[in-house]
Design a protein around this ligand. Sequence first.
Ligand SMILES: *Cc1c(COP(=O)(O)O)cnc(C)c1O
Length: 230
Amino acid sequence: MIQDNITQVQDNIRRACERVGRDPGEVTLIAVSKTKPVEDIREAMQAGQHLFGENKVQEIVEKSPALPDAHWHMIGHLQRNKVKYIIRQVEMIHSVDSLRLAHQISSEAVKANVQMPILLEVNVAREESKFGYLLEEVEAQLIEIARLPGIQVRGFMTIAPFVDNPEENRWVFRKLHDFSVDMKAKNIDNVVIQELSMGMTNDYEVAVEEGATMVRVGTGIFGNRERRIF
Ligand SMILES: *Cc1c(COP(=O)(O)O)cnc(C)c1O
């Protein structure tokens, strides 16, 4: 089941790329395994999927020792006092939403002697319920965060609104893509804008059409979760 789902999602990504003349090699699928057991992740790995997204520190800490060949991205809201538990476990943090968090990641990365790639989370649709910077805040923050040692800003992430028709989110993805093009043109030191993490089960095809380089798909691979967790 999980293996078929992965094949299906990859086909959909490829077709979305074809529709807009993109190379499917530009899009990385992140299988969001939150709330799912290690056995499900193993099944995904048998289908060739090695990159997983989690949104809770504790789940990464619990699952990663059992899965030495898996690669992990932290995609959820991160508390500063928990950064130390994942600094060696994850290869990217998608959800940087404050200068204080960036400082903490920086100091833990320096301590652990790693360079941590990060994305700044942007609340493009200005939803009260969501974390992330408002678009107009991002540039100033980017300049501050870029000065910190131990981290490298690689781009932006957004969680689009929950909608019935994914077309309703097209403007969100387009807006973040346009913004990333603008930021890239500024050539800020220590900032390499190359990733746009956007699109989930409901809307990843639209996100790919609009320039996503990473899509985060959970339900579409592992099936429904008992609770909706963000
Ligand atoms: C849960 C989650 C996803 C995946 O959501 P699905 O709708 O199940 O694909 C993607 N991104 C973040 C940040 C999440 O928390």
